[in-house]
Design a protein around this ligand. Structure first.
Ligand code: SF4
Length: 335
């Protein structure tokens, strides 16, 4: 069996280290795809999606035509062969908007965790404007059963002008609202961010990091902007209207970004992976160079004698159960 040697990072709180501490064994995410779309693609919020969107971030090896339980069984088998029989799992609904279906349908999909005793948690990726109270209540029902439940909210940037420019079709207020209501239900919140979006610079990246710390989020995903063929971003890139960050620039910006992220925030991802036939640029956003990118970020932090959270401030309001009077979207406010 081909075991991978485990080494804990001294400067970044990675998801794998967090899980190792909590569960004492290796924990892997099982990415799955269900037949779902996105309101920014089907015309409800917008058409065509975010300017960088490529097939809703679906991993290429996953066939959404395969039944969900078959996808799960296949991934568990593969991971246990590679990492050992004791490996535990999170079921990760990754592609498109995984809360954008009728409640009964969502329950049917999320309920598949119940069939696999080796699954300890549920991780659901969605947009901040697609987290209604009834879906958050459904997610809370799994944490009440003992599962660890994460909701992943795509924000990408705290800059509202950029949100418009990249055609996200949601605002910053949607993110703040979703975070507050998810935390009221004691769900763990992970926010996706992108470094290097068109028109942005360091000030924007760091403002995003500061916002996340102020919101006391539990997890973060950070990756460089990358250009996939046949997207509006690819056209902008080919016309010379935008240049992605070099590996040197990205790792520098990501290391600074991490200094403003609270040390207890779990880092779920630090780079992006795409396959070269579809990937236009930059060339380091591949599976093969993933460890190189992470190593460079860690080295930069160590060289500065710094670490994740070295400059973070957390106000603490949302880390307390309940937020004292916030009523949430869709709840009637009386008087
Ligand atoms: S929210 Fe996600 S799935 Fe929807 S258009 Fe944007 S990147 Fe694509």
């Amino acid at each position: 069996m081909n075991y991978i040697i485990y080494m804990k990072s001294s400067v970044i709180k990675f998801f794998r280290d967090y899980c190792r501490e909590k569960y004492s064994v290796r924990v892997r995410k099982i990415p799955v795809a269900i037949p779902v779309t996105c309101p920014n693609i089907n015309g409800t919020k917008g058409r065509g999606g975010c300017i960088y969107c490529f097939r809703g971030s679906k991993p290429e090896h996953i066939d959404p035509g395969t039944s969900l339980r078959e996808q799960i069984r296949g991934e568990i088998e593969r991971a246990r062969k590679r990492y050992g029989r004791k490996t535990l799992f999170f079921l990760y609904f990754q592609s498109y908007t995984n809360t954008y279906l009728p409640l009964e349908k969502l329950k049917e999909y999320y309920d598949s965790v119940l069939d696999f005793p080796e699954i300890v948690g549920l991780d659901v990726g969605t947009r901040p404007d697609c987290a209604p109270d009834h879906v958050l209540d459904l997610l809370r029902s799994y944490s009440e059963m003992g599962y660890e439940v994460w909701i992943e909210l795509g924000l990408q940037t705290a800059n509202f002008e950029t949100l418009k420019r990249i055609n996200r079709k949601h605002g910053l207020s949607d993110l703040v609202d979703a975070v507050i209501r998810a935390k009221e239900r004691e769900l763990k919140v992970c926010v996706h961010t992108i470094i290097g979006l068109p028109g942005e610079g360091r000030e924007d990246f760091l403002e995003t990091a500061k916002l996340l710390s102020a919101l006391c989020i539990d997890g973060v995903k950070i990756h460089p902007i990358y250009v996939m063929r046949n997207t509006p971003l690819a056209r902008l890139y080919e016309e010379g209207g935008f240049r992605p960050l070099s590996i040197e620039e990205y790792t520098e910006e990501a290391s600074l970004f991490l200094e403003y992220i609270h040390p207890e925030t779990v880092v779920h991802r630090l780079t992006a992976e795409a396959k070269p036939p579809h990937l236009l640029a930059p060339d380091y956003c591949t599976y093969e160079r993933k460890l190189e990118v992470i190593r460079l970020i860690e080295e930069k932090l160590k060289r500065r004698k710094s670490r994740q959270g070295a400059r973070a401030e957390r106000r603490g309001l949302l880390s307390v159960k309940g937020t004292g009077g916030h009523r949430g979207k869709g709840v009637e406010i009386k008087g």
